[in-house]
Design a protein around this ligand. Structure first.
Ligand code: BGC
Length: 733
């Protein structure tokens, strides 16, 4: 006979059983934790990966090293239903407790929310966020994307773009973090660190020298080893060191003759050996060109399908053309990444995205990213004296433009965006300005007819023109001019009203033939879900601007290292052209002969004046620099005083540059560090910046090593690359 207590226990256990079973469905690792020794989270990711690998069959290993398709990429596979609607997925190994990898693009927010009936926050574009020069903002950026990925059922990001801006007409400039490898690498590293901390596999891309979109699948980037290591690759090196991403995406283009995803120098010699990268390399979508060569070069995972890393790889392993140890290495790296990022220990848990929290983060980062380029005293707008404002510009009543391609975030309240559609986010400048100016007569004109826009401007105390330049993956800009006759519109408005402010919504630098005629210019970039609020807060002085340009704005295209964009010659595009010899070969080249002279390093070396220099940005207050002290050593310490000499609080990005000894052949100076400091009106602070030895070194091609060249180093500090009042030289060895 059962006692009453025993009976109660039996009943409650019976009732609980289905609940537990259901729970396990969502949390399968719980069950496996008891049965599989590698589920012990105290073991290292390497130990755990090794243990799983020993249990795996050849087919299971193969299933780990390729994707299973992407919606819209050819005919769906029978197992397409297992995907989460993202750019790709890798099957899990259920019997061993290894989950599927669900990948999504997530450059400035999670992609494809439209098709999938979900919601994503749009952050300011990546180049915008780089203008904050703020590792904490980069962390908040990554953490938000990580959370939204998981909420939507993804456990891997394909964000983390970091190609340095060699070519400002590159249509993907907005997805990257500007022209300086130390700034870009530091920011992307912090983004990845915090994104991956949300238990998603982090990614950095496109490795490497994918610096233009024109002919991206056919082009050979020809570049010297030293140049690469000190510029394009240095950004990756720093990003990987700080962020420890579990994945690196190799690029579409070739580098020095070999396609990136079968380039042994890039994938094995540099990434895996020299940098000791322990994660996995996945190909850009359709960027794999071979089986044996790519595998030997160090590609670990083909996306989005298995043209080379499916059946063909299996056969190559069975035939001894690809050693089993090589396949094991690919599989081990993927498993290790799953353990490292925590996707095994923290199984997917969908949830509702924090919409309001996302707005708050997006606005805050936009406020830190909007660069005040010109102010002849018109800003901040004084609500006491401004009685009327003319708001001009296409869509300035309804929204702000966003960047296209695989980075595109879908705005709420409308159907999913088509590829390369111009998408205006519903963040209305008109509404934001009206909200901050009660009692002020704020009127709108789209600018479609410059005459009516000018007439409206003439009657107003202030005119604000919202101008845009749309860019996207899969295209480069023909030039840096504003499209759609916006230059002429701005000229007309500025003639009608001398108090004209231009707000730029751009993905890269723009030329400004009207600059002398306007009173104010704000670079708002692609400003994200709450861009209009951020811009309005700056216009009315609720926020004191602090952002600085992460890239040079040249005066004209003729001043660029490549005045003419190198585009594919006739017949050079397409798979057939690449495979003409039977082996994949690039069909045309871009010679990066400017070498180390990227961005400001080019304009400095060539003595070319620019429109706005790298590191430039105004504030509503002013700062003074003094008392530079250098302590050379293993790590060099640079300190100086910064004083807020104006009458309102602000944040100053204090920049430190170094000029290397003349015999190094380096450009005149390079950014080596910075500090972002908050200063009340009249306040002074000592700033101390520690400089990594590598940042003062050159890459010696003959020795294949970084080397600090003994000699005289000049340290400079100040508020932009062309405003460096403090100089000090020291001898270093
Ligand atoms: C892009 C990648 C992207 C991938 C998946 C490619 O076209 O170059 O950046 O992650 O597609 O959408």
């Amino acid at each position: 006979m059962l006692t009453r207590l025993q009976l109660l226990l039996v009943i409650s256990a019976t009732l609980a059983a289905p609940i537990l079973a259901q729970h396990r469905l969502h949390n399968e690792a719980d069950e496996s934790a008891e049965s599989h020794p590698w589920m012990n989270a105290k073991l290292s990711p390497d130990e755990r990966a090794d243990m799983v690998l020993k249990e795996m069959t050849l087919d299971e290993k193969i299933s780990l090293v390729h994707g299973n398709g992407m919606p819209g990429w050819g005919k769906p596979r029978p197992n397409a239903y297992l995907g989460n609607g993202g750019a790709g997925f890798v099957l899990g190994i259920e019997r061993l407790g290894i989950p599927m990898i669900q990948m999504s693009d997530a450059a400035y927010g999670v992609r494809s929310s439209g098709e999938n009936g979900r919601y994503s926050t749009a952050l300011p574009s990546n180049v915008a966020a780089a203008a904050s020069w703020d590792p904490e903002a980069a962390c908040a950026y990554g953490a938000l994307i990580g959370r939204e990925l998981r909420a939507q059922g993804y456990n891997m990001t394909l964000g983390g773009g970091i190609n340095v801006t060699r070519e400002p007409r590159n249509g993907r400039t907005f997805e990257y973090q500007g022209e300086d490898p130390i700034l870009a690498g530091t920011l992307v590293g912090n983004r990845i660190k915090c994104e991956q901390a949300q238990h998603v596999i982090g990614d950095i891309k496109h490795y490497a020298v994918n610096d233009q979109e024109s002919g991206r699948n056919e082009v050979d980037s020809v570049i010297s080893k030293r140049t690469m290591r000190e510029s394009d690759l240095l950004a990756f090196e720093i990003g990987i060191e700080i962020g420890n991403p579990a994945a690196v995406m190799c690029a579409y283009n070739a580098v020095n003759g070999d396609f990136s995803c079968e380039n042994k120098y890039l994938l094995t010699d540099v990434l895996k050996k020299d940098w000791n990268f322990k994660g996995f390399v996945l190909s850009d979508w359709g960027g794999t060109h071979s089986t044996v060569k790519a595998s030997a070069a160090g590609l670990d995972n083909e996306e989005p399908l298995d043209d080379f890393f499916g059946e063909k790889l299996k056969e190559a392993v069975q035939a001894g053309k690809v050693p089993m140890a090589e396949l094991d290495d690919h599989a081990r790296r993927i498993l290790r990444s799953e353990f490292l990022s925590g996707i095994v220990d923290h199984p997917m848990q969908k949830s509702v995205v924090d919409v309001e929290g996302g707005f708050e983060t997006s606005r805050r980062i936009a406020e830190q990213s909007t660069v005040l380029l010109k102010n002849s005293g018109v800003l901040p707008l004084d609500r006491g004296t401004v009685r009327s404002i003319a708001m001009i510009g296409p869509h300035a009543d309804e929204g702000m433009i966003s960047g296209g391609g695989s980075a595109q975030v879908d705005p709420p309240g409308r159907p999913p965006a088509h590829w390369q559609e111009h998408v205006w986010f519903p963040t209305s400048p008109l509404k934001a300005v009206r909200e901050r100016a009660p009692g002020v007569d704020v009127r709108f004109d789209s600018g479609a007819n410059p005459a009516t826009a000018a007439a409206l401007a003439k009657k107003a105390d202030v005119a604000i023109v919202f101008a845009y330049q749309w860019t996207s993956e899969g295209m480069d800009l023909p030039n840096l001019s504003l499209p759609d006759k916006q230059d002429a519109l701005i000229e007309r408005v500025a003639e009608a009203n001398s108090r004209t402010i231009v707000v730029l919504e751009s993905g890269t630098a723009v030329t400004m033939p009207w600059l002398e005629k306007v009173s104010g210019v704000l670079e708002a970039w692609y400003a994200g879900s709450k861009g209009a609020d951020a811009v309005a807060n700056i216009l009315f002085g609720q926020v004191n601007p602090s952002a600085k340009l992460p890239m040079t704005f040249p005066r004209r295209e003729a001043d660029l290292p490549h005045p003419h964009l190198v585009t594919p010659p006739p017949g050079a595009q397409g798979q057939a052209a690449v495979m003409r010899t039977g082996e994949a070969k690039p069909t045309f080249s871009v010679h990066y002969d400017e070498g180390l002279k990227v961005g400001y390093k080019w304009y400095d070396s060539e003595n070319k004046p620019v429109l706005f220099p790298f590191g430039f940005g105004l504030s509503y207050t002013t700062y003074a620099y003094s008392n530079l002290k250098i302590k050379p050593g293993r790590e060099t310490s640079v300190s100086f005083m910064v004083k807020n000499t104006g009458n309102r609080a602000g944040m100053e990005i204090a920049e430190v540059y170094a000029g290397l000894p003349a015999n190094t052949g380096e450009p005149p100076k390079r950014l080596v560090g910075w500090s972002k400091i908050k200063l009340d009106a009249g306040e002074s602070k000592e700033v101390s910046v520690t400089i990594d030895r590598k940042y003062l070194s050159i890459y010696d091609e003959n020795e294949d090593a970084w080397k600090l060249v003994p000699g005289t180093y000049t340290f400079m500090a100040g508020g932009s690359s062309q405003d460096l009042p403090l100089h000090e030289t020291v001898n270093m060895k």
